[in-house]
Ligand binder design. Sequence first.
Ligand code: KIV
Ligand code: ZN
Length: 546
Amino acid sequence: MPKDPGRILIFDTTLRDGEQSPGASLNLEEKLAIAHQLARLGVDVIEAGFPFASPGDFKAVNKIAEVVTGENGPTICGLARAARNDIKACFEALSPAPKKRIHTFIATSDIHLEHKLKKSRKDVLSIVPEMVNYAKSLVDDVEFSCEDASRSDPEFLYEVIQAAISAGANTINIPDTVGFSTPSEFGRLISDINNNVPNIDEAIISVHGHNDLGLAVANFLEAVRNGARQLECTVNGIGERAGNASLEELVMALHVRKRFYNKFLNRREDCPTPLTAIRTEEITKTSRLVSNLTGMNVQPNKAIVGANAFAHESGIHQDGVLKNRLTYEIIDAKTVGLNNNKISLGKLSGRSAVRARLEEMGYDLSREDLNDAFARFKDLADRKREITDRDLEAIVSEQVQLPESKFQLKLVQVSCGNESKPTATITLFDTEELVENTVVALGTGPVDAVCKALNKLAKVPNELIEFSVKSVTEGIDALGEVTIRIRNNGRIYSGHSADTDVVVAAANAYVNALNRLIFSEKKNSIHPQYDDPSKSENTVLTNSGE
Ligand code: KIV
Ligand code: ZN
């Protein structure tokens, strides 16, 4: 049997595989904010990025390794292809972390070997031990993944896994890279690995999977029944194509159905010890933070974190829930941190009250950031009677989007109505040229006029592909949250903003998206799964990532 940590380890890859979602690229501050929140959520491992991809990715992993620490803090992990320079960069980026892991991988399916890597099985069998061994010479904790494992020849897979474990891999990850597997097949694959890899008892079995057929979570739960003890997942299930297995769905399935899953971990059915170390009350907040910062909206009917996940529409259901919650509810909303939306502050609240509430909510802001947050709070309190925790969250998440900005919005003014042509006047401050420029533009509606004016000023070709508005809280004075996604050269960039005036929020969101487009590291970065390591073998990253 494989190594058993006694519970299910949660390996979060929101900042690596999640960030591979189109349009989800994050700046350093945003990655840090998410990493801190993941640590509060209680994940065991944070996969912070792919350091070899670009100097920006290196720096982000390095910073997370430096600051997301703490006695019971998570292990910080970096991804590296099975190539010496990837692994070296990964080690350098991770070096400040007290608990660090190198995650190295190579494809094992014939389809990937023939068409992508142009390597033979024999080549792979010699690369794997050499690279795992190299990673092991740098850190104690090494994870090895067989990319496209679910479409690989099982006999070859056993050989590769055995070689990786012999070379020192502590965790063996089995990815369903293209989301092809079904639950019974995936469970069987894990059980076959258990039964056919002679040294499997020296490693923990992990699973990683994509949601192309909507089966990722079901596949993982079957894997748990068959001995997997680490689940690689992302918040809100974001990730390549249809996304990854969703963290909140896995954690809550294991929480709600603990009695059922206990026996697969050799526990008594009524064993009260949680199956994961996740603080479930942090789930909603984490989901909102990731959605706001990545610009990836959560569908309303999404399990656990969708806006309707705890709403009862039909009269019969409402009546039942009023008589006894258990008639139609399997989870108390408070368990996932919903309904904790305290009305905490108002116009007369001072700086220390704002700081204290933010600290209670888990935000430990620097003096400068607190000053900024307080100024935004005051501005909002002038327009909105009661400031709730969700309003504060919106203020803080907006702030982390701002640091790298070529353009700052100085003025937005619109006129519109049934008898007039929508007109927008916009002033942008250009932080590189140090000038303010103003233009006027007409549009089909006020938001269209604002976007046209911004495009005239920014002069960056782009196409608006998504514009969505939702209200943060209830009431006529609620903040309106706007998410905008724009496309340039096939890449998608998102921007997010909240304001009591949705036109102002739209303008800010568009400026955020334009700034991201201008500063995007992703334009020139390497993709871990599509790019060939031999083509980047000579690129050397130094400690500073230059
Ligand atoms: O989907 C996949 O196979 C991956 C690996 C790099 C683990 O993301
Ligand atoms: Zn993946």
